[in-house]
Design a protein around this ligand. Structure first.
Ligand code: WT7
Length: 654
């Protein structure tokens, strides 16, 4: 926590509309009523281990039963102790025994309009083959494999292959820079990298292999690189280190038994931003993660055998891990995967895909909804969207206007909307309506998933009264929780289990209304939410000060109509350096090079000084107010140099 006053998180949203699920929807839903939801919650409350243990038995295949559901030595949890299973087995093999064998597991659409459909049998074959390729290259259980790929089927194959043999994958979003990639590879000490020559994006080609080459100049743990030929752009292959995916697959056997893995075996590491300059490697394990993603997928998306489900996230983020691949395939459902941007070749691409594959369930981010709604309803109106029966959002609070547009223009007024709150760390959705049971209020993620002990508390961990802002915490361990920060249990403990006594602190502020509905109010730490993606202010600051002209910088988020939050950087230059438009451009490009385009500041403001407290702490609240053009109402009594403030207000970027 950044030590902010609790009155900082006062809520201004007051939305009172209530949207009840249609009775036809409720009748067919997995969870059909508020009463049924309440029963599940009571059961979980009374006997959490019985509740999760029962579900684990019912929803997953185990090779060996567990001895104990939970071993909780705060803040370290082990779930399904002694049990053994395999995530790839649950996502693939178990579906081959019946009619799902020839059902589409993945429906993939490339940006140029090419497409591939992989049945469960097809996907199983490719995963087994690639698992053998990994083994042939010396990858063993417990080794880390870095994956840096466009949204192509081989990405799904690569991750499931790791899961099959017990290699721990670390997927790095394709938008990250070579430097960011290198840091993540080094932190995890990956032995092998899977990438592609490039990917199609906005009608052009983004290069990937080139960036890996760059990263590997300083990544000694990597022995092998496997490269999918996707775009055909020229790449250099280093003999003995680099191999084409297509060549390796040709000779690979399609027989590879799924390894029996301990329930706590690390399935993946996923890096996420925190309040320091160094991203954290969030560790998820096997049994609990799979249970969390499987059950939430089934109840929240109300998955049925005949559904076509589409989540538009990139697999480089946790949403793609949990709700394009693991949770969805574990249920034997059909998952749509799309390579490109929503506006290529035109603004109706998403709606065209919905129509083409008769998508029934559609899950996306508020930032996408806002951007697409701005382009006008003529685009969705060109398409038959009547197949849709359920909509979802994730990543940031959705403003009621965007919610209403989604509901009426996309959902035709008939689809429930699930606003799902969760995090990289939680692994699975935590606060959400169950669509047949819980009426929605636009802008609220509604109620905790059964078994999730979410609460809004003050700094001392005491529950706050209705409609009073506080900190969003989880009071009990849950199966899909992160287990630690990769090779840094101390940071795990300090980040999540120290600020507020005895509970997991999410970093978000929230309030609960009189009906117990949760209203998420955003981060209360020095983390921004840019287009639904988390980014630490410190990370951008470190990138800026790594430029030779920069002496000091402070980065804050400022409200943005489409992105939710835009990045504003206050920069103090080294003595003798002059502010200029050219330097502004250079600095923006430098941040893109250091982290990636998502971190590129929208504004850079040069300043001679930054406002600081007497103890030297940068007063971010003041900077936030200045960036947003608000007059500062906060306490400035400790401000070191009062004149700095007035100057900053005037030095706005032109
Ligand atoms: C942060 C987690 C989890 C997948 C995507 C982001 C914000 C997430 C919601 C929501 C309001 C939300 C929170 C959270 N957030 N979902 N439905 N309503 N805020 O994953 O990068 O780990 O970010 O996203 O601030 O802490 P992430």
């Amino acid at each position: 926590m950044a030590g902010q006053a609790e009155d900082d998180i006062t809520s201004v949203l007051h939305e009172s509309r209530l949207f009840k699920p249609a009775s036809e929807f409720s009748k067919q839903a997995h969870v059909k009523s508020r009463a049924a939801y309440d029963r599940l919650c009571r059961r979980a409350e009374k006997d959490p281990e019985g509740f999760w243990g029962g579900l684990a038995e019912k929803e997953l295949v185990w090779f060996k039963p567990w001895k104990k559901v939970l071993d909780w030595k705060p803040p370290f949890a082990k779930w399904f102790v002694g049990g053994s299973t395999n995530v790839a087995y649950n996502c693939l093999d178990r579906h081959l025994e019946g009619p799902r064998k020839n059902k589409a597991a993945l429906i993939w659409e490339g940006e140029p309009g090419d497409s591939r459909i992989l049945t469960y049998q097809d996907l199983h074959r490719e995963v087994s083959q690639f698992a053998n390729v990994l083994k042939n290259k010396g990858v063993k259980k417990g080794d880390r494999v870095a994956i840096y790929m466009p949204m192509i089927p081989e990405l799904a194959v690569a991750m499931l292959s790791c899961a099959r043999i017990g290699a721990t994958h670390s997927i790095i979003f394709g938008g990250f820079s070579a430097a960011a990639l290198r840091d993540r590879i080094n932190d995890a000490e990956a032995k092998l990298v899977v990438t592609a020559d490039g990917g199609h994006r906005k009608g052009g080609v983004i290069t990937l292999k080139e960036k890996v080459d760059d990263a590997l100049k300083d990544a000694p743990s990597v022995e092998t690189m496997i490269v999918v030929k996707r775009t055909g752009n020229a790449v250099k292959m280093k003999k003995g280190r680099d191999f084409w995916w297509q060549d390796e697959m040709k000779g690979a056997s399609a027989v590879c038994k799924a390894a029996a893995l301990n329930a706590e075996h690390p399935l993946f590491i996923l890096y996420t931003s925190g309040t320091t300059g160094k991203p954290k490697g969030v560790v998820h394990t096997t049994g609990g993660y799979l249970l969390g993603t499987t059950v939430t997928s089934k109840w929240i998306f109300d998955l049925k055998e005949e559904d076509t489900y589409w989540c538009t996230a990139d697999i480089g983020w946790v949403t793609g891990h949990s709700y394009i691949i693991y949770g969805i395939l574990s249920n034997g459902a059909t998952s749509v995967m799309y390579e490109g941007v929503p506006t290529y070749p035109e603004a109706d691409r998403l709606w065209e895909i919905v129509e083409k594959y008769r998508v029934n369930i559609f899950y996306t981010a508020p930032t996408a909804i806002r951007a697409l709604s701005k382009l006008g309803k003529q685009w969705p109106k060109k398409h038959d969207l009547s197949s849709l029966r359920l909509l979802g959002t994730v990543g940031e609070p959705i403003n009621p206007e965007a919610w209403m547009w989604y509901h009426t223009v996309i959902g035709g007024g008939r689809c429930p909307i699930v606003d799902t709150w969760w995090q990289t760390e939680t692994g699975a959705i935590m606060i959400t309506p169950l669509p047949g049971a819980i009426p929605a209020k636009p802008g609220s993620a509604t109620l905790p998933f059964p078994g999730i002990a979410a609460e809004v508390v003050n700094k001392n961990g005491k529950k706050v009264p209705p409609n009073v802002g506080g900190y969003l915490v989880i009071k009990r361990p849950w199966p899909s929780m992160l287990r630690t920060v990769w090779r840094n249990p101390k940071r795990y403990k300090e980040t999540y289990w120290s600020d507020i006594p005895g509970v997991y602190f999410s970093g978000d502020g929230a309030r609960k209304d009189k009906d117990g509905y949760f209203w998420i109010m955003g981060r209360v730490d020095d983390v921004m939410n840019i287009s639904g993606h988390r980014l630490g202010t410190m990370e951008v600051e470190s990138a800026l000060v790594s430029h030779s002209t920069v002496a000091e910088s402070a980065v804050v988020g400022t409200p943005d109509e489409i992105k939710g939050t835009a990045i504003c950087a206050f920069v103090t230059l080294e003595l003798g350096q002059k502010p200029s438009e050219a330097l502004r451009k250079k600095l923006k490009a430098h941040v893109t090079k250091e982290i990636g385009a998502i971190a590129r500041p929208d504004q850079i403001r040069f300043t001679d000084n930054l406002p600081k407290t007497r103890s030297g702490k940068i007063m971010r609240r003041l900077l936030r107010d200045i960036a947003a053009g608000r007059e500062s109402v906060g306490d400035t009594s400790t401000l070191e140099d009062y004149t700095v403030l007035a100057k900053l207000r005037h030095d706005e970027e032109s």
